[in-house]
Design a protein. Structure first.
Length: 175
């Protein structure tokens, strides 16, 4: 398992692989493809804002050799009128799955977001059949909260999701 996973801003050299993760159904995999999107949208977003804003962002998941193995992303969700939290996700290249990058990258993202933003909660959801992602989230410090029935539409049908979260107090003492 890699022990030198790090996160970095998405670079122009990463864009081809990033697009493959979202636009190539074989590369995205059964649990990651949600239909074709606006071609070139990712490149335009990267050119406009570099994928980082006050409402969310994307970072490259890189191995110890600094090569692109995937991405992590986050966006703001309101759980109350004045209670923002982050919802995170991850996508890894097919050849890099099952090597431990996901759990380490998600843990590093949690540490990054708690260190550099003021949210108290970070959440993540995954399809109920995605056992590997559930294990990765638990390894990264997330607690399973429950099942959201019929919450995700993919490949022609509604699917159940499992919701996880981690709170600032559960991580900040470890930093």
């Amino acid at each position: 398992m890699p022990d030198h996973v790090h996160l970095r801003p998405v670079a122009e050299k990463d864009l081809d692989l990033l697009e493959r993760l979202h636009e190539d159904s074989a590369e995205a995999g059964e649990l990651g493809f949600f239909g074709y999107r606006n071609p070139g949208l990712l490149r335009r977003q990267w050119a406009d804002q570099g994928f980082i804003s006050d409402k969310g962002g994307r970072l490259t998941v890189a191995g110890d050799d600094n090569r692109f193995v995937g991405e992590v992303q986050w966006h703001e969700v309101l759980q109350g009128p004045k209670s923002p939290c982050w919802n995170i996700g991850i996508s890894l290249l097919t050849a890099e799955r099952g090597k431990g990058y996901g759990k380490q990258a998600q843990r590093r993202l949690v540490e990054y977001l708690f260190a550099h933003t003021q949210v108290n909660r970070i959440e993540a959801g995954t399809e109920i059949v995605n056992i590997a992602e559930q294990r990765a989230l638990e390894w990264a410090g997330f607690t399973r909260e429950g099942v959201l029935r019929g919450a995700c539409f993919r490949n022609g049908r509604w699917r159940d999701m499992v919701m996880y979260s981690v709170l600032r107090a559960e991580v900040i003492g470890e930093l």
